[in-house]
Design a protein. Sequence first.
Length: 253
Amino acid sequence: MQHQIIDNPWQQKRQMYKLVFRIILLSISEWMSKLFGQSSPRPKSILEQELEKRDPTKPIKFGHKCIWAAVKTEDTNSLLKALRLEKQRKANWVEGKLQARNGEIFVLPPIEGWILILGWGLPEPGYMEGRERAQRFLNGLSQKFGEAQMFGNFRGSGSAFWMKSVDGNTERLYYIGDGNSFIEGEPTSVEMKWDLIDTNSKDAEQEEYWEKMLYPDAEHVLEVAKAWSLNPMELEEKENVGEYGYLGRLKLK
């Protein structure tokens, strides 16, 4: 016996309504999932948990796996005017330290004749364009304030660098990492006690060269920083330091 197919318009409409209803339910379910997913708090990192325990008005040290600059001035207003930060705002030490890891820069209060600037928003001279950008940035500051420096170290790429600019000119640049290096100027007195590796040297082609030469790390960067200006790992030992600095984004040319 053959089954007959009944072409019932009401049944067709009913099936269509069911399909539309299912689509609406799926859409609502997906929207609610995204809504509650976005509102769920992100797990806090170890750094965030530690910083929450700190007095936000007291200095916080740094110097490992980061990049910072030092400008020879105590005139915060003049420095902020020179930096021309986007979304500039006042910030305490805890907020400054956290946001400096998210593409912004934290302009610290003056310390012993210097103002330090911390953050991944600073130009990093690890490649040709970056080096040129970093030099323009630093030379521009030293032209206005007499001297400016920049430091950094990154464990992932095994890189370390230090730069010094005086009166608008780069006097010293030492960068090494990822198998390349940028070196300008003569070693300063603090560097002369080390046999620093130069990957561009002809001797670097010899295996024994790497065994006898020094590949700098964060501790060497901090030692140079201390000799030139300030070691940021010693900030918590400083007295009479301001409670607030300034946050913002640096618009690089």
